[in-house]
Design a protein around this ligand. Structure first.
Ligand SMILES: *[C@@H]1O[C@H](CO)[C@@H](O)[C@H](O)[C@H]1NC(C)=O
Ligand SMILES: *[C@@H]1O[C@H](CO)[C@@H](O)[C@H](O)[C@H]1NC(C)=O
Ligand SMILES: *[C@@H]1O[C@H](CO)[C@@H](O)[C@H](O)[C@H]1NC(C)=O
Ligand SMILES: *[C@@H]1O[C@H](CO)[C@@H](O)[C@H](O)[C@H]1NC(C)=O
Ligand SMILES: *[C@@H]1O[C@H](CO)[C@@H](O)[C@H](O)[C@H]1NC(C)=O
Length: 422
């Protein structure tokens, strides 16, 4: 069994190497300076991560200047919507475009996957025109096909294709679709998404203002839903100092725009708004199929839903509170601190210790997490996890055997393809 596991591990490493070599759209386009603006925008909007995680995919690029009608005149969220209409979730190269059956099809685009697309707005109509040109237009019936295929740029059959088109596909509906982030009412969205507790905490502690001041340069919020606060193993927040509570709430947000595709591509630990030093208050990200989880080192929380993905703001709901190692990663102390409500003179904010201080009273909580003196070490790969009860039902799934069924299937597929190929 052990030998079998080792074999699988070795094979999966090989397959990971093959897969990760598959697509890096940024690198592909870097070889073509005439598309540098388009390439920069793909990175800025994080669509590059989304493209890299998909196969088959066709990117319809525009030469520099091709988006000048829109850049600077529309918010980046609208530019992102326009660009995502240029990412087709199918493989098209020159020959395939000219051989389209019946001469016309609708192709699904990345915009369709955002859930914002009404009717046929998320589709692109590709039609072979008289004279053999291939026209592109919005999938909305009656839209003009005024963008045409000009040339093939780069093909990796039949997974990734980059083609050039003559002008942007930007139907009027998309220019008005996305609300500007500055007008978004974060608390109202959170309440509507079932995160009323979290919403009132960020208002009462003033952390909402911290979020709002980070908004312009990108903000991602992981909001625990109301059930998360009711869970048996949820910490008793009333025993925390105000400063500790603020740290925890800041730990639930990133100072970057990180949509789900970007989180999926994340390999290193990510810093949060609570991070106050290298490796402090950081989060690990684990992906299993379409499920993305956040690993604090103390607990694992699954991303349950996307409330908003509109550059520069992302809001997700998560199904348990994120418990930072810095506050919860200590061995349980036998004597809990006296209940705060019995000490009348103290205002919690007045004498609140700095959250990173190791002398801060630790709320009694979960079983001991292994490394107490080196919080930056990733504890998730430690075998000690087996000895503790999982804090939520999903954590068991995430911490499962390192060789997932999907990997096995992928390996089997790669081996099979290799045998056929050679
Ligand atoms: C194309 O995709 C298939 C299926 O995902 C994969 O097995 C193959 O390695 C890919 N080919 C290249 C050249 O990336
Ligand atoms: C893709 O390539 C760019 C430029 O070479 C590099 O900066 C980036 O880290 C690469 N992305 C991935 C996911 O490997
Ligand atoms: C594409 O657009 C043309 C022109 O508006 C229309 O005639 C054709 O039916 C459309 N194709 C599809 C598949 O909807
Ligand atoms: C945002 O929504 C909340 C709750 O619905 C409301 O109390 C608050 O006044 C709103 N803020 C703004 C600036 O409209
Ligand atoms: C831990 O899990 C086991 C099996 O699921 C259960 O029997 C036991 O009561 C749990 N212990 C605690 C402390 O929750």
């Amino acid at each position: 069994m052990a030998a079998f596991r080792h074999l699988l591990l070795a094979l999966s490493l090989v397959s990971i190497t093959i897969l990760s070599a598959a697509t890096n759209i940024t690198e592909i386009l870097a070889a073509y300076p005439e598309y540098s603006e388009f390439n920069d925008l793909l990175s800025q909007t994080k669509l590059a991560d989304e493209i890299n995680s998909r196969e088959p995919v066709t990117v319809c690029v525009l030469p520099n200047g091709g988006l000048s009608t829109y850049t600077g005149k529309y918010p980046i969220s609208v530019i992102k919507s326009i660009l995502s209409l240029h990412v087709l979730l199918d493989y098209f190269d020159g020959p395939k475009l000219h051989k389209i059956s019946e001469g016309s099809i609708l192709s699904t685009t990345l915009y369709q996957t955002t859930g914002n697309a009404d009717g046929k707005l998320g589709f692109v109509n590709i039609t072979v025109l008289r004279g053999g040109k291939v026209g592109f237009g919005s999938g909305i019936p009656g839209s003009p096909l005024d963008s045409t295929f000009t040339k093939s740029v780069k093909q990796v059959p039949y997974n990734v294709s980059v083609i050039e088109v003559s002008q942007a596909i930007a139907p009027a509906e998309i220019l008005t679709a996305a609300p500007p982030a500055a007008d978004v009412n974060i608390t109202a969205l959170l309440v509507k998404a079932g995160c009323k507790n979290f919403a009132s905490l960020i208002v009462s502690t003033g952390v909402l203002k911290v979020y709002e001041s980070a908004l312009d340069n990108g903000l991602t919020i992981f909001a625990p839903n109301d059930e998360a606060f009711k869970a048996e193993d949820a910490p008793d927040l009333s025993t925390l100092t105000n400063a500790e509570l603020v740290s925890i709430l800041q730990y639930h947000a990133l100072a970057t725009y990180s949509p789900i595709g970007t989180l999926k591509e994340t390999k290193d630990k990510i810093t949060t708004l609570a991070t106050n030093g290298a490796g402090k208050y950081a989060l690990g990200v684990t992906t299993k199929g379409d499920s993305v989880s956040l690993d604090t080192g103390v607990d694992i929380s699954r991303i349950a839903s996307t409330v908003l993905d509109s550059t520069p703001l992302c809001i997700f709901t998560i199904d348990s509170l994120l418990l930072p190692m810095e506050l919860f990663g200590k061995p349980p102390s036998p004597a809990p601190a006296p209940a705060p409500e019995t000490s009348p003179s103290q205002s919690p904010a007045a004498d609140a210790p700095a959250p990173e201080s190791s002398a801060a009273p630790a709320p009694v909580l979960s079983p001991p997490a292994p490394p107490t003196n080196s919080p930056s070490d990733a504890p998730s790969d430690g075998p000690t996890d087996d000895s503790q009860n999982s804090s939520s039902d999903n954590s068991a799934g995430v911490l499962e055997s390192p060789v997932s069924m999907k990997t096995v299937l992928t390996v089997a597929g790669s081996v099979f393809a290799y045998v056929l190929w050679s």
